[in-house]
Design a protein around this ligand. Sequence first.
Ligand SMILES: Cc1nc2ccc(C(=O)NCC(C)C)cc2n2c(-c3cc(OC(C)(C)C)ccc3Cl)nnc12
Ligand SMILES: [Mg+2]
Length: 344
Amino acid sequence: YHMKVETESVQSFLNCRDDHSIKDFDKFHFSPRSVPYKHMPCYVLKMFGELGFINTWRIKTTTLARFILFVKKGYRDAPYHNWVHAFSVAHFAYLLMVNLNLIKNDYITSLQGLAFLVSCLCHDIDHRGTNNSFQTKCGTVLASLYSSEGSVMERHHLAQSMCILNTDGCNIFESLSSEEYSEVLDLLRNNILSTDLTSHFRMAEQQREMISAGFKKNDPTHRKLLLAMFMTCCDLSDQTKDWRVTKKTAEQIYDEFFSQGDLEKSMGTAPAEMMDRERASIPDLQVQFITNLVLPLFKNLADLFPAAQPLVDTIINNKNVWKHARHLFQEYSQNGTKSMEILL
Ligand SMILES: Cc1nc2ccc(C(=O)NCC(C)C)cc2n2c(-c3cc(OC(C)(C)C)ccc3Cl)nnc12
Ligand SMILES: [Mg+2]
């Protein structure tokens, strides 16, 4: 049986070498969700290779392959917070490093780049499709473990990632010196914890000040804020793709949110409006989310990196489609078609 699993997993790393059907993999407009599911592990390996991490950090290919498969297995089949989300977030980290030349232009070091890519891949491992307030409200096991420190889910994602690194034959950082090793684990921790909404809001203010005051490449605090900003950009990168992608993502997210709302109702607690399928208006919520969170973040990115301006334009286009959708929804919802099908 083990032979079968091993050969199957080895096979899953060979089939993207000759896959010439994928064009523009390195471009901002490319949608990683269009990569065939069974080719995703192979494209992760490709990204590590293209960024030079395999050679620079002496990563054994078999170790990296096994690590990727363990990370993939660590994700559940939640409607949104699944392996495909992790792959798309990691792909955007790759796009930022390639298109903004982050390492070549000394915005980040190669070690920070390695930690950045690994953090994106691992940032939502073992997500259950419910958010932090659900954990504390319902007193889940994860809440009992982490609620005193906050960022309950993110601490769990980090703990799961550490478990995989400590699994035989999966430690991709084994060739690093002890200084590099402790630095990369520090980076992993900061990056994964920065994908918590509350820590994002706390850092968003400092990021704005950093950019208006002028970014300093060798300022360690600026470095930390920049990496946190990159993590959130990657987590929200579906918003930078064409309408079909952002629409599909919204369907998956609200599928997850409404399931949590149903669960909370069955437990006798009232869900937030965005989690309540009876009350939520998806276009309104999306216009708010894009206006309050997504746009300010990517405007900051474009202030620092003008090459990222096309991303802001795409986000604004998608926001306008949601604005137009609001009228459609109001019109149709009188006839009860509250579903997303009516959106082209
Ligand atoms: C399309 C899209 N709509 C969303 C609508 C609402 C919310 C939500 O949680 N609202 C609560 C208030 C307090 C803001 C999140 C949404 N969302 C995310 C997302 C981002 C996350 O965290 C970072 C990356 C740090 C922002 C964490 C979890 C998620 Cl699901 N990703 N895509 C989306
Ligand atoms: Mg998360």
